[in-house]
Design a protein around this ligand. Sequence first.
Ligand code: PMP
Length: 391
Amino acid sequence: MPTERERLLQHLAPTSNSPIGLEISRAEGVYMFDPSGRRYLDLIAGISVSNVGHRHPKVVEAIKTQADKHLHLMVYGEYVQSPQIRFANELTEVLPPNLNSVYFVNSGSEAVEGAIKLARKATARKGLICFENAYHGSSNGALSLMGNEEFKHPFYPLLPETSTIRHNNFDDLKAITKETAAVFLETIQGEAGIRVPSADFMQALRKQCNDTGALLVLDEIQCGFGRTGKMFAFEHFDIVPDILLLAKGMGGGMPIGAFIASKELMSTLSHNPILGHITTFGGHPVSCAAGSACLSVIRENDLAQEAERKGQLFRKLLTNNEVREIRGKGLMLAVQLRDSEQLFAAIDRCIENGIVTDWFLFCDSAMRIAPPLTISEEEIAEACRIINESI
Ligand code: PMP
């Protein structure tokens, strides 16, 4: 009989020849457990998804309560479904006044796709600008905004009239013109290996968008919901986007995403043609119920503030001399090592010692540190001890 691990690649389409292949049968808080009961401390939270930990009791309760009422009823936007309305209201409460209209989708990539369509229709312009080493998703539109040729190359032709500029580079802002519909930027770049722009750059970017009428779209799919020490990472830079993209940590472990803009901007999607942007499952009632519970856990427990404090603790305790640099904010960190060989050996040893971490799509020499924001100080100390030893 083949093991579950061997069966992984039998009928499940692969994404690489070397999946991590950990077999996890249960997860709780910051821990995941294999079938023998061995536990792993999760330092990546399913790539910034489980911000409130795995199976947070309030999230699980909300899921069960909603499942007892109804599951899918109708395509997005037609019926009054209270979990959607409640969650949209709660999201707008924690956002600036211009971000008051929430379009729910199922994933990060779909949020990007919706924003591309919204920006082009609302501005009647075509140009889209993204940044070097940007990752916005794998669907065709999102891939068109990827700042890495190697990953895009086999999939051309992608969307026309897209261009890539350098991150944190003031000169390149000149590429944003009156032809530009929108500029897409991860507020803090994730797969680039965690790159934090300067506040001056973010303000100059906002100003260039204002001056040219280009819409500023901030992708907080990875950096939102408390991860960087603020509820949303744009709060670090004293700017507000025209369109905000959310997913991942939004549903407390359930699939959901959103693009959020002003009512005025968003209304352009509802006419000429009507139903120009629709989704069957977007804003699934169970995901919205989970999202509401997740947001209240983040707010009630000040998890954003906790992320800031706990990120500092990681920085203090990761003392191995081989660590070249620690980049990031809050609990969105990249630990820069010498090269990929050193990193992969360290990651293997961490996993052998019960700590799950990984690398970044466009930076395979830095270790990802993005645990649930609920991780305790003792757990951080234990993780850092093992990482220091593993390096
Ligand atoms: N944007 C960013 C910044 C991301 O990190 C990701 C996923 N890693 C996406 C978009 C795409 O999200 P999804 O995988 O849910 O489509």
